[in-house]
Design a protein around this ligand. Sequence first.
Ligand code: SF4
Length: 516
Amino acid sequence: MSELASESSTRRSARSAEVAPRAAAGGATFLGTPAFPIAAKAALADAQLRRNLAHATGTIRGKRAAVVAEVANWEELRLAGAALKDRTLRHLDTYLTQLETALTKAGATVHWARDAAEANRIVVDIARGHGTDEVVKVKSMATVEIGLNEALADAGITAWETDLAELIVQLGHDLPSHILVPAIHRNRSEVREIFLREMGRAGRPAPPDLTDNPADLAAAAREHLREKFLRAKVAVSGANFAVAETGTLAVVESEGNGRMCLTLPEVLISVVGIEKLVPTWADLDVFLQLLPRSSTGERMNPYTSMWSGVTPGDGPQEVHVVLLDNGRTDVLADEVGRQALRCIRCSACLNVCPVYERTGGHSYGSVYPGPIGAILTPMLRGVGHDEQVDSLPYASSLCGACFEVCPVRIDIPEVLVHLRSQVVDAHRGRPSLQGAAMKAASWMFGTSARTAAAEKLSGLGSRVLDRTVRRRAPGGRRALGSLPWPVSAWSDARDTPVPPPESFRAWWSRTDGGRR
Ligand code: SF4
């Protein structure tokens, strides 16, 4: 709730109005989202959004930096986290089998899902089998990735989000814009409006005298959700970690709503990405130190729930675990990119990213926004067949801040460059504007006579423009505005300077290399 309370929450956000709040088939992106440069342009035009995001990410950055500085062996912890994840990924098949055996022994039913459609079908079938028309949900990125809420809705089953920020997104018919704080783009008065307008349609209404005080908003959400917790027969969760040796799943959270879902309903279905494994119980020690400090800037997270199968007379009496691939084995096969599977979804990379800070999460059109989304989404979806996905590896300044803060040392800039080359390779041979421009440039620079002629022409144009153009770029140089198509593809995102009136070569021969 603290994030909500801050003035930092943004207004309606970078998301273009046309975006349909629905995951694309196969998951990981949202249908209708334009390529990043177009979506980012709309976000950049919203000064309020930029101010608010700067405040929000700045606050979380400060908290994280302070608690990380308290840990003398932070770098050793990062190295340990990275090494543990790498070892797990090297022997993933062994650990997955071990997890399945341990879970089954503990009374859980294990399902394997190759893709989003298979995972959704499994969850829908289980929910249907219990004759329910609603489920309660613990916040889970994997279920957003596969579009589970939409699949359940198609089957006539309503999924209620119980995480406060997810609830705001759901009631607002909106899209999440941050891994940790999906409603970071909403301010508290918007939340109040959403609660007053929507809660009654979804269950217990908000009190009519609701204020935008964070404590009042939290109390309204608590009352609204309580009746859902008490009524639901089936709950759906993800898992932050899955321990192979003991068959234990772990969920860490700040509000306690997740724990209500994990303990009250009769049936629990957990959708778990296959990269969530850690080999042993002792390995959790490292991650339970790295995660809260990196994500919420806390020394430890307020609620840690762990369960291993079924405990007779205590908690859900039917437990299902859906082990989800959905492109992860493709990521594993990529020697440079596989490090993305170390990700523990802390969102520290989002909070330090200058691009995320200025464009917000919706511009990425990805379930996983920010730097991690810019690498994970193209790898999960594959490059070369979707312009929006192909634009993501370019949504970065390659400054490296994301690598500096990543608790599991994912070298995001390295993977971004690697993916950019994959995108270029995927488009190689296809006609493109850039290709045509390069061919024209190659012809023009092919002989010195042509180059000199082009420079002369450019100089003439410059003298005309210098008299007519009034706009100035930072630094004082005159700049052209947006240019007509096809040059607009370049000029729309940049200040195009008025060319110099005299080329270097012309200056050199006029002044004899500066001697005259
Ligand atoms: S890439 Fe690293 S910093 Fe970003 S969310 Fe994943 S673990 Fe956190």
